[in-house]
Design a protein. Structure first.
Length: 353
């Protein structure tokens, strides 16, 4: 393996137009697209995203995983799609009311490898912003189907308030929708399986009603009342960095980390790392190669790099999102305890997932 093939890969995101989209991805988050195109999503790390820098520029993440195999992925299967998708989503209107299947249903019915569990870190939220998350009370398949038919489903959908900095965890089977005025960083299994239950009686960008998936949604929905909402987070200091543990799911671990002007190292622990800068540029170095991420830009670090170093580029601090794919989430629990977080707090955090 040529050593120049292992370095921080800066990724070109895929932008998608949506009926509920707007211009923030271009105007606020610096994406290269048409601000008039009602852009809704920027797919920051995705199997078909292309590398912008270095000797592998122009090649996709799919090409990298097939060429590099364990050098990129560790022990993750290189023949399957890269297992995690990260996005920025900006909503000018309600997204459809929807639900996602688990892996077993996706494999049996859709012949796809992954279902979809996801999570959101709220980058921005207008005053009184809300999401739909679960049911106000126990319901049933029969009641769900009847309410879809008679237009009263909204009467039992639960809405919760959001603010910037909140995290939300959406396992498969939970009914949900993002509301207007909300921008999130989303981490999810690498699947676009979405079953729409209700789309506010609107038409898509092609002028036609968007497809609903009422029966498939009925197959995968969880019908119990929902009591959870935004999550407990755990700030901690570890190996020279201020970190906040956000998500510890079996499919991905998500943290928010603050880099300073002093370069500080992060271990790969045999997994590829996904880093997305937030409001300030971030310098990332690995295997003698250095890149500077502009605001809200993403890099992928190969597992074989073992380490990468991060530092603020041009300021005192720079915050970034830090995502690791399928992972022994107990590694995070060990870090939290080593950082001095009480065991009962670690247990309460981990029990959320």
């Amino acid at each position: 393996m040529q050593t120049d093939a292992l370095y921080p890969y800066v990724l070109e995101p895929k932008l998608t137009t949506q009926v509920w989209g707007g211009d923030e991805l271009v105007r606020v988050y610096g994406k290269h697209g048409d601000p008039q195109a009602r852009l809704g999503e920027s797919w920051e790390c995705w199997d078909t995203d292309r590398v912008l820098n270095g000797s592998l520029a122009g090649n996709s993440v799919a090409y990298l995983r097939m060429r590099l195999g364990p050098k990129l992925l560790g022990d993750i299967n290189p023949k399957r799609i890269f297992p995690v998708l990260t996005k920025i989503i900006t909503a000018h209107d309600w997204l459809s009311v929807q639900v996602h299947p688990d892996d077993a249903y996706a494999q049996r019915v859709e012949h796809q490898p992954f279902g979809k569990t996801e999570c959101w870190y709220v980058l921005a939220a207008q005053p009184q912003a809300q999401i739909i998350y679960g049911w106000t009370r126990d319901t049933s398949r029969e009641e769900y189907l009847q309410r879809v038919a008679d237009g009263t489903l909204g009467e039992i959908l639960r809405k919760i308030d959001l603010k910037a900095g909140d995290t939300v965890y959406i396992p498969h089977g939970v009914v949900h929708a993002i509301g207007p005025g909300v921008t999130v960083f989303e981490t999810q299994q690498a699947s676009d399986l979405t079953y729409r239950m209700f789309d506010f009686n609107r038409v898509g960008l092609d002028g036609k009603p968007r497809e609903l998936n009422v029966q498939k949604a009925a197959d995968v929905l969880k019908y119990a009342a929902t009591a959870t909402g935004t999550l407990m987070q755990l700030p901690y200091h570890f190996e020279g960095l201020d970190r906040t543990a956000l998500i510890a799911d079996e499919h991905f671990v998500v943290e928010r980390i603050v880099a300073t002007g002093e370069p500080t190292s992060l271990r790969t622990n045999g997994r590829p790392l996904i880093l997305m800068s937030l409001n300030e540029p971030l310098e990332v170095a690995s295997d003698a190669s250095t890149v500077t991420l502009s605001r809200y830009q993403t890099t992928l670090i190969p597992a074989a790099a073992e380490w990468c170093t991060v530092s603020a580029a041009g300021g005192d601090t720079s915050s970034f999102m830090f995502v690791t794919p399928p992972h022994d989430r107990q590694d995070l629990a060990v870090r939290l305890v080593a950082a001095g977080i009480p065991q009962d707090s670690v247990d309460r955090f981990m029990e959320q997932f």
